[in-house]
Design a protein around this ligand. Structure first.
Ligand SMILES: Nc1ncnc2c1ncn2[C@@H]1O[C@H](COP(=O)(O)OP(=O)(O)OP(=O)(O)O)[C@@H](O)[C@H]1O
Length: 383
C-alpha cells in the first residue's frame, strides 16, 4: 500500500499523509560559514541548517537566498567559505568539491530539460552517468510512479506544460540519487492551477524519499503547506530559523499576511465536509473532490489559516453561521502592520494560532493574556 493518499479538490490540492510517520533522514545538519561582499550587498552566514524534511528559505527579494543556495551547491566558489553536509565536507580551507561531485539534486524556476530528448531520456540522462559504485536508493520506476510520469515518457519537453516540465525536472533530480535537494522557486513560473497540481508531488517526495530539501519560495502559502522548518533571511543574514509553526509567529511575516499552520487528524467525509479533530476539538472544511467516506483511513492533515479569517468571542455563538468554534487561550498580543489592528496570539490544544483583530475589538471585549475565548473560523477559509 502506498504511504500516501493524494486527492484533489476543485482549484486546490490537498495531501493527506497516513498515520505512518514520514521517514526523515536523520544526519547532522548542513553547516555553513560564508562571508561574501558584492557591492553594497554582504552575505554573512554562520549557521547550521537542519538536514531533515523540508527547510524553506524565505525573505525579501535581494536578501541573498539564491546566493546562499548557489554557494551550497558549489556553483559559486567563495574564498574562505565552509560548507559541510552531514559528515561530508564540500568546502573547507583549500578543499572544494565541484558541483558534479556533490550529491545534490537541483530544480530551478525554469526547468533545464534537454529539448531534443524525450522525458524518459531526460530522466535517465543523469542516472546512467552515475558512477557504478554509487548507491542506488531511488530507481527510475519508483520515481516515474511517484511523480505520475508514465503518460509523458515518450514526449519531448516542448509538448509539456510548465507543471509537467517541473515534475520531470524533479524526477531527474531525484534519479541523481541526491543527499540533498535544492529547489530555487520551483513553482515561480507556474500559474496558480499548476502550482496546486505540483505541491502534492513535492510533499510526497519529502515524505516518501526522506531526502532533505532546501526550498526557496516567495509564496508563504506554499511554504506553509510544505515546510517543516522555516529560515527567515534578512539583508544577507539568517535572521531566525526553527520549526514552521513557531516561525510563523515572527513579527516580520505579519507584513505579508500573518497565518498559522495547525496539525489536525481527519476522520472522514460526510455531506461533502471533511471532519477533523485537534486534540479534543472538532472542526470541518469542504471535503476534497474525491474524498471517499467508505474507504477513509485516519490521516494527518495540515491546515493553513490566515489570521484575518479568525474571529474571537467570549462565549460560543449559537446563532452564527460559523461552524468551527474552538476553545483557545490568549497567549499574547503583537503589533500588526496597520495601526488600527492587533495580532492576537492564541493557543489551541498546545498549537499556536493567530487572529487579526482591530484594537477596538480587543478593547471592547477586554481581551487579556491567559483568558479563555472561542475562535471562530469559517469552514471555507480553511485549506
Ligand atoms: N552576479 C552578481 N553581481 C553583483 N551582485 C549580485 C550578483 N548576483 C546577485 N547580486 C546581488 O546580491 C544580492 C542577493 O541576490 P540574490 O539573488 O541572492 O537574492 P534573493 O534573495 O535570491 O532575491 P530574489 O528573491 O529576488 O531572487 C542582491 O542584492 C543582488 O543584487
Amino acid at each position: 500500500m502506498s504511504l500516501f493518499q493524494i486527492t484533489a479538490r476543485q482549484g486546490k490540492h490537498w495531501l493527506a499523509v497516513t498515520e505512518q510517520n514520514c521517514p526523515r533522514q536523520t544526519t547532522t545538519g548542513l553547516t555553513l560559514k560564508l562571508t561574501m561582499q558584492r557591492g553594497d550587498f554582504c552575505l554573512q552566514i554562520d549557521n547550521c541548517l537542519p538536514l531533515r524534511g523540508v527547510t524553506a528559505l524565505f525573505g525579501r527579494s535581494g536578501c541573498g537566498k539564491t546566493t546562499l543556495l548557489r554557494a551550497i551547491a558549489g556553483l559559486d566558489r567563495h574564498t574562505g567559505a565552509e560548507v559541510q553536509c552531514g559528515a561530508t565536507i564540500w568546502q573547507q580551507d583549500g578543499r572544494f568539491v565541484p558541483v558534479h561531485q556533490r550529491r545534490i539534486g537541483m530544480v530551478f524556476q525554469e526547468s533545464s530539460l534537454l529539448a531534443h530528448l524525450t522525458v524518459e531520456q531526460n530522466l535517465l540522462y543523469g542516472f546512467k552517468r552515475l558512477a557504478k559504485h554509487a548507491a542506488i536508493q531511488l530507481k527510475p520506476e519508483q520515481v516515474i510512479q511517484m511523480l505520475e510520469l508514465t503518460p509523458l515518457l515518450q514526449q519531448v519537453p516542448s509538448q509539456l506544460s510548465g507543471g509537467q516540465r517541473q515534475r520531470v525536472a524533479l524526477g531527474r533530480a531525484l534519479l541523481s540519487q541526491p543527499q540533498l535537494l535544492l529547489l530555487d522557486e520551483p513553482l515561480a513560473s507556474l500559474d496558480q492551477q499548476s502550482r496546486c497540481e505540483i505541491l502534492p508531488f513535492l510533499q510526497s517526495i519529502a515524505c516518501q524519499t526522506g531526502i532533505p530539501m532546501l526550498l526557496v519560495s516567495h509564496q508563504l502559502d506554499d511554504v506553509v503547506k510544505l515546510a517543516d522548518n522555516l529560515v527567515l533571511m534578512q539583508d544577507g543574514r539568517i535572521h531566525s530559523q526553527g520549526p514552521l509553526q513557531q516561525q510563523l509567529l515572527q513579527p516580520q511575516l505579519a507584513a505579508i499576511g500573518a497565518m498559522s499552520m495547525l496539525d489536525a487528524k481527519s476522520h472522514g467525509c460526510n455531506n461533502h465536509l471533511l471532519k477533523l479533530s485537534i486534540g479534543q476539538q472538532q472542526l470541518q472544511l469542504p471535503a476534497p473532490q474525491h474524498c471517499d467516506s467508505a474507504n477513509y483511513s485516519p490521516t494527518s492533515y495540515r491546515l493553513r489559516i490566515q489570521a484575518r479569517d479568525v474571529a474571537l468571542s467570549l462565549t460560543p455563538l449559537n446563532d452564527s453561521s460559523v461552524s468551527n468554534q474552538l476553545q483557545v487561550s490568549i497567549s499574547g498580543f503583537n503589533s500588526a502592520p496597520h495601526p488600527a489592528e492587533t495580532l492576537v496570539q492564541l493557543t489551541l490544544e498546545g498549537q499556536p494560532l493567530q487572529a487579526l483583530l482591530t484594537k477596538h475589538s480587543v478593547e471592547r471585549l477586554g481581551l487579556q493574556v491567559g483568558q479563555q475565548v472561542y475562535a471562530q473560523i469559517k469552514a471555507v477559509a480553511l485549506d
